[in-house]
Design a protein around this ligand. Structure first.
Ligand SMILES: CCCCCCCCCCCC(=O)SCCNC(=O)CCNC(=O)[C@H](O)C(C)(C)COP(=O)(O)OP(=O)(O)OC[C@H]1O[C@@H](n2cnc3c(N)ncnc32)[C@H](O)[C@@H]1OP(=O)(O)O
Length: 216
């Protein structure tokens, strides 16, 4: 996969931020507000008498955004214009309200690392992170670890082991590391651990180096 100018652990310093650094841009502020809305919607009293008005106001906001939306094909081109980091992905993207978003840094030992505290929108079992969310996060983190390692690819297999429930509302550490590259096959591992170092989820991924055409 063409990595463009994506930083690698051989070319960049320990602690290089590999995701889009938080910016004081209107789109970042609007997306952060949308994230708050998703979270607050899950927390608000189901009997909140103002929910009809909330629906009306949110639909009005959505109408406004859609009125100002270019064609999807144009947006896709725009999204893939930048080099190195993405701002729209569902794990680290500051422009994506679905993303927590996680900031990842590359370490000199070749691994990548980030911290995140997940809240209600990411719940699976009571008080715990949804297993699919953990897999989503780790798939992406392994993808970034591959780029930091110097050879990236598409996920062909992701084997996920859930060791213990992953708690919501507590700081979690997410890591990824490229272990080996054999031709087009890339083997990468990662984990989600609690602050006291207990492994909640570990993964082994097989990635295949494949050319994926960008929109333009
Ligand atoms: C820019 C900054 C970014 C910054 C970072 C961005 C992070 C983004 C991370 C997101 C990662 C994703 O979610 S990616 C999206 C999810 N993944 C996908 O959608 C992938 C869908 N699958 C595919 O497109 C394809 O199957 C590929 C590309 C994976 C492989 O197809 P291919 O290219 O035709 O390769 P193929 O010839 O079949 O296989 C090559 C070799 O790999 C083996 N192989 C292939 N698949 C498998 C498999 N599942 N399990 C075992 N082995 C396999 C084959 O046996 C063969 O071995 P041999 O005969 O050579 O020995």
């Amino acid at each position: 996969m063409d990595l463009g100018s994506h930083p690698t652990f051989e070319s960049h310093d320990d602690g290089t931020v590999l995701t889009s650094a938080p910016q004081d841009a209107p789109v970042d502020r609007a997306t952060a507000a949308a994230r708050r809305v998703v979270d607050a919607m899950l927390r608000t009293d189901r009997a909140n008498a103002n929910l009809d008005r909330v629906a009306e106001e949110l639909n009005s906001i959505a109408d406004h955004l859609e009125e100002h939306a270019p064609a999807v094909a144009e947006r896709l081109i725009d999204m893939w214009n930048g080099e190195g980091v993405t701002r729209h992905d569902p794990v680290t993207g500051p422009e994506n309200a679905i993303a927590p978003p996680i900031v990842l840094e590359g370490l000199s030992d070749g691994s990548v690392r980030g911290e995140v505290t997940l809240t209600m929108p990411y719940q699976g079992p009571p008080g715990c992170v949804h297993g699919g969310v953990s897999a989503l996060i780790l798939d992406h983190v392994l993808g970034v670890a591959n780029a930091w390692g110097g050879q990236a690819g598409m996920t062909a297999q992701l084997n996920v082991r859930y060791h213990r429930p992953t708690p919501l509302f507590e700081p979690l550490t997410v890591t990824g590391r490229q272990m080996s590259v054999e031709g087009r096959k890339i083997n990468t591992v990662g984990s989600i651990t609690t602050a006291d170092g207990e492994v909640c989820v570990s993964v082994e991924g097989l990635f295949i180096d494949a050319a994926v055409p960008r929109p333009r």
